[in-house]
Ligand binder design. Structure first.
Ligand code: FES
Ligand code: FES
Length: 159
C-alpha cells in the first residue's frame, strides 16, 4: 500500500507492508538512524520522534498511523536553536554520555521547555518517567533541563 506522510518538512510516499513500524521505516527506508530502537515496546523513549508536534515512541507506531502525519526526527530538530539550548544544558550537567537515548531525552526536554522555560523539578521528573537512560541519572537530567531553560531564557531575553 502507498502511504503518504510528511517527513522532516518534505512530502514522501512509501510502498509499505502492513506490519511495518515507524522506527523501521525511518531507519531502513530513510537512513535516519538517530532514531534508535531499544525496548521495542514503548517503554524507554530511545525511538522518540515528533508526530504532529507531539513526542511519540516510533517503535509502537504502525504504518497505518503514519498516513498523512507530520513526522520530525532528531536529525531535523538538531538544526534548530532550541536543540542547541538543550544539548548545551545536558552537556553542562553531564547528562549526555553514549547518546543512545538522545532522541527521547531531547524531545521530552523540548516538550517541557516549550510550555515552561523555568520548569519545576517534579514536573521534569514526571515528564521523564517514560525515558530510560543507562548512562546518567535522573538528577543529571533534571539539572540539564533546568540549565537548558536558563540558556533559552537568556537567548530569548526573558527572565
Ligand atoms: S524502543 Fe521505542 S520506546 Fe523503547
Ligand atoms: S546517554 Fe547513554 S543511554 Fe542515555
Amino acid at each position: 500500500m502507498i502511504v503518504p506522510f510528511t517527513l522532516n518538512g518534505s512530502t514522501v510516499f512509501i510502498d509499505a507492508n502492513s506490519g511495518e513500524r515507524l522506527v523501521n521505516i525511518l531507519r531502513k527506508r530513510f537512513n535516519l538512524t538517530g532514531t534508535k530502537e531499544s525496548c521495542g515496546a514503548g517503554h524507554c523513549g530511545s525511538c522518540t520522534v515528533l508526530m504532529n508536534n507531539k513526542p511519540v515512541p516510533s517503535c509502537i507506531i504502525s504504518v497505518f498511523q503514519v498516513r498523512d502525519a507530520e513526522i520530525v526526527t532528531i536529525e531535523e530538530f538538531s538544526k534548530t536553536a532550541d536543540y542547541q539550548d538543550i544539548i548545551q544544558g545536558f552537556e553542562q550537567a553531564g547528562a549526555i554520555m553514549c547518546g543512545y537515548c538522545n532522541a527521547g531525552k531531547i524531545f521530552i526536554a523540548q516538550r517541557i521547555l516549550e510550555k515552561n522555560m523555568k520548569p519545576a523539578r517534579d514536573e521534569i521528573k514526571e515528564m521523564f518517567a517514560g525515558n530510560l537512560c543507562r548512562c546518567t541519572s535522573i538528577e543529571n537530567i533534571i539539572a540539564g533541563v533546568k540549565l537548558a531553560g536558563a540558556i533559552r531564557r537568556k537567548r530569548k531575553n526573558v527572565r
